[in-house]
Design a protein around this ligand. Structure first.
Ligand SMILES: [Zn+2]
Ligand SMILES: [Zn+2]
Length: 234
């Protein structure tokens, strides 16, 4: 199945204004992607519109968030439903400092509602929350979600670049890479490749990544992520 599980919309300050959830999902459809996830920085507020667009265009959709942890490490979180994602979003909001966004420096942060109307998000979404990467997977699980470190092969906000090594006590079922599998990943982790696209061009250039999922939804991803290696070989 062709997937891209790390995408930013115009709600992310670094996301292109053309990444309106409807245009983003439309481009995913044109590129033949079967399952996508929206993972804006520290917010799920464009997931309702993206979910509606995905329903209309017939693309599988998982609501998500890319959380910036207290260590300044990016982790992707995925949720079984919009409700769960929005509840997690409301919880996360309380763990973020309020720093007004400087749109002239960071770019605008636009929430697009299901009817297409825009609203400006004023709190800068790029800052770290006060939740540690050691606690985040358990907190996401309390919302039925999955969580793992994003782009571990990248210098900016990647786990290895910040911590130097994978912490012994960090239990995540997977790790995300952009291009290559770095040394030092624990055995048995599922490796998820994703584009981390912030604009329509990179989304279409990446063209999706194959994952052997039984269904193009959260349940399909969950089953694949949680199955043990020996079960797959049977
Ligand atoms: Zn990131
Ligand atoms: Zn990202």
């Amino acid at each position: 199945m062709k997937t891209d599980l790390h995408l930013h919309s115009c709600l992310s300050p670094c996301g292109s204004d053309f990444m309106d959830p409807y245009d983003l999902v439309g481009m995913a459809r044109i590129c033949g992607l079967e399952l996508i996830a929206l993972t804006d920085h520290n917010s799920a507020k464009n997931c309702p519109a993206a979910a509606e667009a995905a329903r209309r265009y017939g693309v599988g959709f998982i609501p998500g968030i890319e959380v910036n942890t207290s260590e300044d490490i990016h982790c992707v979180c995925y949720f079984p439903s919009l409700e769960a994602a929005m509840e997690f979003d409301a919880m996360l909001e309380k763990h973020l400092p309020f720093i007004p966004n400087r749109a002239d420096i960071f770019g605008e942060q636009k929430i697009i509602h299901i009817d297409g109307s825009p609203e400006i998000e004023h709190n800068l979404l790029l800052t770290g929350c006060d939740i540690s990467i050691m606690d985040l997977p358990q907190i996401a699980a309390e919302y039925g979600g999955l969580c793992w470190p994003a782009h571990v092969d990248r210098d900016a906000n990647g786990l290895f670049a910040v911590l130097g090594a994978w912490p012994e006590d960090l239990c995540t079922p997977a790790a995300e890479i952009r291009e290559y599998r770095p040394d030092g990943l624990p055995e048995g982790l599922k490796i998820i490749q994703a584009s981390d696209s912030h604009d329509l061009e990179s989304l279409s250039e990446a063209g999706g990544f194959e994952l052997p999922l039984e269904s193009g939804d959260f349940a399909g991803l969950y089953k694949y992520i949680m199955e043990k290696e020996f079960e797959r070989k049977e």
